[in-house]
Every structure is written in C-alpha cells, then in structure tokens.
Design a protein around this ligand. Sequence first.
Ligand code: ATP
Length: 370
Amino acid sequence: MARDWAAVFDLDTDAEDLLEHFDRAWFRGRPYRYLTDARHGVERGTAIFDDVVVRGYPSIPRALVLEPAVEAHFAGPIAVEEKLDGYNVRIARIDGDLLALTRSGFACPYTTAKVEELLDFADFFADYPEQMLCGELVGPENPYTEHDYPEIEEAAFSVFDIRHRETGDPMAVPRRRECCAEYELAAVSHYGTFAPETAAEAAIETVRDLDVRGREGVVLKSVDGERALKYTTSAIHRSDLEHAFGLPFDYGRDFLFTRVVREAFQTVEFDESPEEARERARKLGESILLPAVETIRAVEAGDSVGDTHTVRADPAVVEALLSYFRDKGLKLAVERDEREDDQRVVEFTKIARSTRDKTAYYLGGGTVDE
Ligand code: ATP
C-alpha cells in the first residue's frame, strides 16, 4: 500500500511536488527512487525502496573561525572526531538485502560489494533493523575519490554516525561508539569530549596535528548527535586546490574562493607571524599554479586529463558501475582492463572535457575576452 509521503516527509506541499524530483534506478532487480538535490526540506541523497525510506545524510555547517562558532553553535558537551576524506556511504538493510548508498542516494553496486567484503553487518542489523550506518569509505581502488591515506592499503569503512533510516534521528555519540565496539565496526577517531569553553582549543590543537600528518580535519558534535560543525586543515585546503587546478576548467573556479577564505581566517585565528603567513601563501600559490602547469603540459603532449580511478570486483559489479557512469554522461578512458582470478580490475579516467577542450583551444592560439 502506498504511503502518505507528505506525512512521512512532513511536507507543506503535495507529495507529488517532491516525488517528481526523484530519479529512478534499479538495484539488484529492485526499483528505487533517489533525490540528487535537497528539495522541500528533504535532504539530498534520500532514497525510497517501495515503502522504505532511507534519509540523506545532512549537510554539516563549516566554521571559518572555530572559537566563536563553537560558542554560538553548542550549549553542552562536545565530542571532537576526525573528519576523514573519502566518500560518504550509508548502509541499510532492506528486506534482508544490504545496500550501500552514496551521498546522492545512488545504491552503488561497487560500494555495496566492497562493504560486504569488508565487514560483517549481520549482527548489527539483526539488533537494529531500522538504523543505518553512516560512514566514510576511504582507501585506494574506489571510483569516487582520489585522496590517498598512505597507511590504508585496502578500502576501509569508518562509521561516524548511526541514524534511524526513515527519520534521520541520530544515535547519541557515546552510545554509537559503544555500538561500534560491540559489533566490531571500525569508527572514526574520537579525540575526547569537552565542555564548550575548552572544545575549540582542543579542536585547534588536534587540527594542527592532523595538518602535519596531511589529514583533513575535525567534526565537532553535540553528544546527542543532533548538532555538528566541521573545520579543516590547511593541508586539505591545498590538496583540494591541487586537485581542482589539475583540472582547472572543470573545478578551478568553484574551489578557489572558498579555500582562500578558509586559509585567510585560519591564518588570523592561529595568530600567525608575518613569516608563517608568507610561508602559507607560498604553499597555497604552489598548490594552485603547479598542477595547472602540469595539466597544460599533459594536454600539449596529447595525454588524457581527468580523475583516474581503479576498481576491482566481480565482473558484473564492475560492468554495472561503468554503465552507471556512462549513463550519467561521463566520458571514460579505460587505461587498463584485466582479470585477476575471478575479479575484473579496471583503471579508468573520467575525462575532464572542459579542461581538455579549453586547454587545447588556448594552446592552439584561441583567445579569451577578458
Ligand atoms: P556538506 O556537509 O555541506 O554537504 P560536502 O558534501 O561537501 O558538504 P564535506 O564538506 O566534505 O562534505 O563534509 C561533510 C562530510 O564529511 C560528510 O558528509 C561525511 O561524508 C564526511 N565525514 C568524514 N568524517 C566525518 C565525521 N567524523 N562526522 C561526520 N561526517 C564526516
């Protein structure tokens, strides 16, 4: 029986006004719908499988200056956790089937196969059938992100939230951590729980340490799990810029202003000396210019430019993933396609068409009106 979707999503409009924005797809013979952009107060990534709803993961506000943001955002104790740089995955079990959804709500055959390989979720979902595990998938050989954690050789899934799949209500942080321990689910690092007056200082200290180690940053959470705030390291700002300016006409503009602003406020909050600020400026400049130069040279040499990924899985899973990318209109250049035992290993580049075409145009003498 169809559900009253307007009530489920607490809409102030007709359900159809929301449902028309959902894309339709199939996962292992099961039809579903998913919402790739937030609409009518419903989070991006929300998916519907028959009568079952899996809510999208909420957007986390970012602090540019931690101390006042913490004061304004939290009233009670605050847990400080590591923010990992991989891709957001929600795992739910529906009618006995495990499903791994990406941030946009796509039930990803590759991610589902990976998490099934990595962990045994049976006991957890037997006890918590309506909860979903929210976590970050990091490590090489994934089709979505390129960030490298040198110590992670295989894919790894780290839980940072457990939420009710339909309401999106979070489990409190201490209970979630106990749950992860009890069911042997890897979890993000926890650096302690602090009073609001000391949390910002503790977080900044952690961020300085994570920065030296080239890691992404922290997420601060109220212990009930309801409120969160993210803050990131200079190392990740630069690595984002390096990536963006490696494909300047695809990502450059979107990334530049936000990262420069984050760096500027961090320089002030960290009370840096003129020498330290100058050193930060030098590194920032290098992370912008050098990758762009490298890319122009690559296009000049006729190499393909784009994000390169390797995937390894059952041949049917790899085929489903590649078809999904092609259906989305991505142009893929396959660099390697091999069988290793019963698995298919494909290295491919998602071609960055704007960067390729515009770079070639300017190299060929094309002009620009500016
Ligand atoms: P937004 O949060 O505004 O949607 P976004 O999708 O660009 O932004 P990020 O800026 O990378 O995402 O930050 C939020 C993401 O960080 C989460 O969606 C999650 O995937 C990831 N993340 C990594 N570690 C944690 C953690 N400890 N707690 C919560 N989220 C985490």
